[in-house]
Write a protein that binds this ligand. Structure first.
Ligand SMILES: Cc1cc2nc3c(=O)[nH]c(=O)nc-3n(C[C@H](O)[C@H](O)[C@H](O)COP(=O)(O)OP(=O)(O)OC[C@H]3O[C@@H](n4cnc5c(N)ncnc54)[C@H](O)[C@@H]3O)c2cc1C
Length: 396
């Protein structure tokens, strides 16, 4: 291993890989350390949905910056990310969620997002025969899309390597050296690297990495699951919009083959605060009850999916912060420690913007599209957490 680096990034998920790429692009000498393989945890299991529909301006601004970059990312990185601009529908039931949707769309429009409020029946302009029973209101976001999370993570890591970053997989970080109030190095099972800057991008393991530097980080491992169906229906294609039905807390998007990839559900959201997940022992597939609930919720809106074939189902861990929003940047009292953590089941889409912000923060001490104050870990102690407006608060 190299003996010294300007920056050591811990974790080869999409945020660590993006951080390594953007730092290398800023001419920093970077080492990216991943204990298994690139995208072997949350980023490999992700739904890959890219949207700007959030409830807080700082989050919309960050998601919008990322959404702007996704269409050209494959060309920039010289490798496929399988981005598709298919649009997004958010459908809500009940007066409280409908009122919040209207407020959220107005705020997103002010931020430059191409989104509009629509009547539930208008969803059929994009998804034929979409059943709207019980829905009060909906929104359509034209520039939303999806990408392949594994390809995107690999593309960031490959380009980082091409720009001179050292990428070490099958290498576990075992310690962070601190002298006084300064980070001085990182220890791994393959040797030590001297550095003045470490970036924690360890997803569901983020609190364990932070503890190595003496930091008590409020990020807990969580578990998310998805299931894929193959509908025999010509009205559903790889361009069909992602839909999010807040009445059943279920989301569904197409993939490149025209399958339906779906997740969420009432049971999963009810268990979202469970913190005893072991990220090293995630069950490879969800329980049958999850698959049955999601299938029922999908058929409720897309009756033509009733006889679809079930293709596969999978699970993945993620690091949840107390308000289910990203945590970015430094911690008070320790120089040289930065983090992109707490993705909370919704941060894949942000990766082009988080890596960019990290590199900008390292080189200039601030960032253009990410508000370091809003995303700081100090927001919890200061009593200014993000507050999602929907009953399904994990969507932000
Ligand atoms: C089923 C599912 C569906 C999702 N759907 C969406 C979606 O549609 N849209 C969206 O935006 N987000 C979605 N997400 C969330 C999103 O995928 C995650 O927030 C994001 O991928 C987190 O990336 P990360 O780089 O922080 O973490 P990870 O990808 O988990 O990477 C962390 C890495 O750190 C490594 N690591 C841990 N400890 C060490 C150590 N000691 N030494 C070295 N390496 C270490 C791990 O091996 C791991 O590879 C979903 C997540 C899941 C699980």
């Amino acid at each position: 291993m190299i003996a010294q680096a300007d920056v050591v990034v811990i974790g080869g998920g999409v945020h660590g890989a993006s951080a390594a790429y953007h730092l290398a692009r800023a001419r920093k000498q970077v080492a990216l350390i991943e204990k298994r393989t690139i995208a072997s945890a949350s980023s490999g299991a992700s739904g890959g949905i890219i949207r700007c529909h959030y409830s807080n301006p700082a989050m919309v601004r960050l998601a919008h910056r990322a959404a702007e970059r996704w269409p050209a990312l494959a060309a920039e990185l010289g490798a496929p990310v399988d981005y598709v601009n298919n649009g997004l529908i958010v459908a809500v039931a009940g007066a409280a969620d409908a009122a919040h949707l209207e407020r959220a769309v107005r705020m997103q429009q002010r931020a430059g997002v191409a989104t509009q409020v629509i009547a539930p029946e208008e969803i059929r302009a994009w998804i034929p025969e979409f059943a709207t029973e019980g829905l009060a209101l909906a929104a359509h976001e034209a520039d939303a899309g999806y990408a392949d999370p594994y390809s995107a993570s690999m593309a960031f890591a490959s380009k980082a390597r091409a720009l001179g970053a050292q990428v070490y997989t099958e290498t576990t970080v075992t310690g962070i050296t601190v002298i006084g109030s300064h980070v001085t190095g990182v220890e791994t099972d393959r040797g030590a690297i001297r550095t003045s800057t470490v970036v924690n991008c360890a997803g569901a393991w983020a609190a364990r990495i932070a503890a190595m530097a003496g930091i008590d980080l409020p990020v807990s491992p969580g578990l998310l699951q998805m299931v894929a169906f193959q509908p025999a229906y010509e009205g559903w294609t790889r361009q069909s919009p992602t839909w999010l039905d807040l009445s059943t807390m279920t989301y569904c998007r197409p993939d490149a083959s025209g399958a339906m990839l779906a997740g969420g559900g009432v049971a999963e959201n009810a268990a979202i605060d469970v913190t005893d997940v072991d990220p090293d022992a995630v069950p490879p597939r969800p329980p049958v009850e999850f698959e049955a609930e999601i299938h029922e919720n999908v058929v409720r809106r897309c009756p033509w999916a009733e006889r679809s074939a079930r293709l596969r189902a999978w699970s993945g861990p993620d690091g949840n912060s107390p308000d289910f929003h990203l945590i970015f940047g430094p911690v008070p009292g320790l120089a040289g420690y930065l983090q992109i953590v707490g993705g909370s089941g919704n941060s894949f889409k942000l990766a082009p913007a988080t890596g960019e912000a990290l590199a900008e923060y390292v080189t200039t001490g601030t960032s253009t599209y990410l508000d370091p104050h809003a995303f700081s870990v100090t927001r919890f102690a200061d009593g200014r957490p993000f507050r999602g407006g929907y009953q399904m608060h994990i969507i932000g």
